[in-house]
Design a protein around this ligand. Sequence first.
Ligand code: NAD
Ligand code: LMR
Length: 443
Amino acid sequence: MDDRKFSVLIAGGGSTYTPGIVLTLLDHMKDFPIRKLKFYDNDAPRQKRIADATRIILKERAPEVEFVASTDPEEAFTDVDFVMAQIRVGKYAMRDQDEKIPLAHGVVGQETTGPGGIAYGLRSISGVIELVDYMEKYSPNAWMLNYSNPAAIVAEATRRFRPKSRIINICDMPIDIMDRMAAIVGLKDRNDLVFRYYGLNHFGWWTDIRDKTGKDLMPEIKKYVAKNGYWVGGEFDKNTEASWESTFKKAADVYALDPTTLPNTYLKYYLYPKYVVEHANPHHTRTDEVREHREKFVFDECDRITKNGTARDLTFKSDEHSTYIVDLCRAIAYDTKQRMLAIIPNYGAIENIDPTATVEVPCLFGANGAERLAMGQADTFQRGLITEQNCVEKLAVDAWEQHSYTKLWQAFSLCKIVPDAEVAKEILDDMIIANKDYWPELK
Ligand code: NAD
Ligand code: LMR
């Protein structure tokens, strides 16, 4: 009988996603039992507010689970089986700059896209590499599931600088979209869908979607998406924020560009940047919304639990979303070979794309980590887009490694949503000032 119980570390314990993940872990104690839950963050007061509430939740629901929250790497990373990494280097204060600086120059300002995403990437690389090194030092047999953004640039950096490390980079956007696809065709959940998908992170396409009997679901989903995008509405979308509603609906226009596939929502920023800028408020961006809603709600609720000393009337919900992270841990722990997406070195998965590109494709998850599945050839439209965007991501990592102003200027200029090199330079020069505490000094 397999009676193992696991020790899980959440790195970025102060993240707004932490309580949802804790509740998901507790929901899965039967199929993924844990003996220890640990938090690690480099912002002690922020993490403490979440940790104090978590301690109460655990005491009431799973007193057998040992809990440790620490800012000391050795204490946090010792005796760990899985690290769930969700850090945001520079926190919302810097995300705010990533969004507002490009918008001030008339360019899309977005967390993971364009100059904002590149700026965030140059902050995240050292933060995530530091986590990998702590894991290798204190728990060398552990696996890290990293969903710290921008995942594409982080994954390219770990491919290059930590090629042998046990880090798997993942993303929840396709998960969210597949939940929607399942709802559109009336299936219970996304795990009822068998799919083919290829691209880069936040930059990919489904080419085949079937149910478990092999029935082709693409025609029905396409018909729906052509009219409604991925917007489901009703009960399904009762908590979806307005900005996401517009993104899910805009997928109809993204789909129109290539009706042979179904797109990732993030492609709207690359294919309709003029529309995105025209509909943005340069003084109130997504960061403001997250601070006003998700961050406020999570921290207020944690403070309330701590003040009352009980979580019996908890309003947090287990984050259905984060079940994919638990699914991945379970797949690795029990060698289930579950088929899910990972952001992984290409090495032939997309035949006509640079083998050293970091791509997002379905993989079989098991005791060896993620084993990529071959997706065949990218069509010309996708190949052009992927090649350009992948070079942007590679140039960003070059710039970080070589401390090169020119490489970063090239990355900004090559980026599809930046109109010309002069605008790229203006944005870059503003961003160098804003990121002086985080970026390497560029020469
Ligand atoms: P957040 O700012 O609320 O939390 C991030 C935490 O990381 C903060 O507590 C911060 O102090 C900590 N941190 C920053 N740098 C660190 C470092 N070097 N070492 C240790 N801790 C550090 O952010 P959030 O909105 O909750 O997002 C967290 C991360 O998850 C982001 O990278 C975000 O893009 C990503 N993300 C994940 C999912 C998902 O699949 N669950 C979805 C969206 C976003
Ligand atoms: C976040 O909210 O921080 C991310 O989930 C992405 C977004 O803009 O909603």
